[in-house]
Design a binder for this molecule. Sequence first.
Ligand code: HEC
Length: 114
Amino acid sequence: MYLKSLTIATIVFLLAACGSKMMLFSQADADRGAVKFPGLTVSSLNTGKLNYETHCQTCHGLISPKAKTEQAWRIMVPKMVTMANKKSPMMAIDSAKQASILQYVVTMSTAPAK
Ligand code: HEC
């Protein structure tokens, strides 16, 4: 019994620790993004950032979302996905991942300065 609650406490702690590290986006970010991407959530921004960091710095450094306009990102993301998938077909970016990357960079391209 004691051991079981200890295990649960550990899991809760680990989840909380992971969760706090993941909380990089505010609800305001999600609301701003949802204007362009209906249904966008903080969690989908986290997914997009993770996919961006996984797939988009193998040839060059990470480019800040703010470095480009929405228009530029809408051109660059598909172009880069094509290039990335040619280079690494084993970890190809599927359309869902591509969409999450676009949502993340476009939403954060207009993030207010903190
Ligand atoms: C296969 C290598 C490769 C991968 C993977 C890659 N890129 Fe690129 N990226 C390039 C090259 C080469 C350039 C410069 C030439 C060009 O613009 O086509 C570039 C340029 C860019 C630029 C323009 C930079 C500037 O200074 O104007 C952006 C934005 C960009 N990449 C975003 C991405 C994103 C987003 C991803 C992930 C989906 C990604 N890249 C993955 C090779 C890559």
